[in-house]
Design a protein around this ligand. Structure first.
Ligand SMILES: Cc1cc2nc3c(=O)[nH]c(=O)nc-3n(C[C@H](O)[C@H](O)[C@H](O)COP(=O)(O)OP(=O)(O)OC[C@H]3O[C@@H](n4cnc5c(N)ncnc54)[C@H](O)[C@@H]3O)c2cc1C
Length: 337
């Protein structure tokens, strides 16, 4: 049985959680057994039916006062109880900040290795085409995962049961299936004092910013030193808004104080995997590339035709971003009437 950790928001399961469920389904199909989900804390209306439409046969719902707020060790305790109750062969979580934290706690508690940012299954002969069942003769699970901020793919063997892993955001596409019969099992895990040491005690709305959910955006418009200064981001921010995307920047931009750090893409910033990354005035240094290499399509806008970002991009416009981007914005607005 494959157990998937599902995070929720007001609308139900988060997109990255449904991607993890889709990955779990592929794993279950090839290794055998059903897919279950574990949900900790408040359960949005319609969640169980939503998960049934993604092939989940049983939802383990951890309830109780302690779970009204998030805590890494706390959630791991709840997941561990579900692992024991359902005798899970593998535990899959989204590669979100919470998913990574909870699975790190879980792996430590179970004394098993953890594979973070998995993008596919490895094969028995060690090739990483993701098409084989990913298991070897000893029952170990072989997975392919991103390391060095996504710049390198590594094959990793998970020899101990249960296999504990997170799925990199947008490494797979969430896919629905015809709904399966689903069982809801409420349970109240025991909570040790130590599991309550670090937990969310209050939340405040974040200050409004243009970054959006950078790591989950389908379109990211990036800008680097070529923006020229703090006042040089108006057009790129507008393009991000027109495309329903998020604004991202290079480290030069955050180091200069032109934009806040949470918008930084790269080794020491966020790792993104959008459908489209438009990189304007960004040279494409390896540390930046580490954060955007998983983008499905890259469009570079740069004055230098030899910039690494230009040579690696799917498409490039050689020109001044201060002329190109406003022209693109105007054309989008014109076509939309
Ligand atoms: C340990 C470490 C960690 C790092 N982590 C990160 C990280 O997480 N993220 C990150 O981004 N960097 C990181 N860096 C920094 C990285 O090495 C580069 O210095 C940085 O990415 C460069 O930013 P940039 O592309 O904006 O600037 P530059 O390298 O200066 O490039 C500017 C580009 O803009 C082009 N340009 C200039 N004017 C225009 C214009 N008007 N129109 C169009 N194009 C124009 C130029 O041709 C050039 O290609 C890290 C470095 C180290 C050592």
């Amino acid at each position: 049985m494959i157990l998937t950790v599902v995070e929720t928001d007001a609308a139900g399961a988060t997109e990255v959680s449904l991607e993890a469920v889709t990955f779990a389904r592929a794993l279950a199909r090839r290794a055998g057994g059903p897919v279950h989900a574990v949900v900790v804390g408040p359960r949005p209306d319609g969640l169980v039916d939503q998960l049934a439409g993604h092939g989940v046969g049983e939802v383990h719902h951890a309830t109780g006062d302690a779970f009204s707020a998030y805590g890494g060790a706390l959630w791991a305790a709840a997941v561990q109880a579900a692992v024991a109750a359902a005798d899970a062969d593998a535990v899959v979580a989204p590669g979100s900040p919470r998913g990574l934290e909870v699975m790190a706690h879980l792996a430590a508690r179970l004394d098993v290795p953890m594979a973070a940012n998995v993008v596919g299954l490895g094969t028995e002969d060690g090739t990483a085409d993701g098409t084989d069942d990913g298991t070897d003769d000893g029952g170990a699970l072989r997975v392919v995962r991103q390391v060095l901020g996504g710049a390198v793919l590594e094959e990793m063997l998970l020899p101990r049961r249960p296999a504990v892993l997170t799925v990199a955001g947008h490494a797979v596409q969430a896919e629905q299936v015809p709904p399966v019969p689903v069982t809801l099992r409420d349970y109240t895990p025991e909570v040790a004092e130590a599991d309550l040491v670090t937990r969310v005690v209050s939340t405040e709305p974040a200050a409004p910013d243009l970054s959006g959910a950078l790591t989950s955006a389908k379109v990211v418009v990036g800008a680097g030193r070529g923006a020229g200064g703090a006042e040089g981001f108006t057009a790129v921010a507008e393009l991000a808004e027109l495309l329903g995307g998020a604004l991202g920047v290079s480290r030069v931009v955050t180091s200069m104080g032109w934009r806040p750090h949470h918008e930084q893409i790269g080794q020491t910033g966020s790792r993104i995997s959008p459908d489209l990354y438009i990189a304007c005035g960004i040279s494409g240094a390896i540390q930046h590339w580490a954060g955007c290499a998983s983008s499905k399509t890259i469009l570079a806008v740069n004055t230098d035709e030899n910039a690494p970002m230009v040579t690696k991009a799917t498409y490039a416009v050689i020109g001044d971003m201060h002329e190109v981007v406003p022209a693109v914005n105007a054309e989008i607005r014109r076509r939309r009437g």
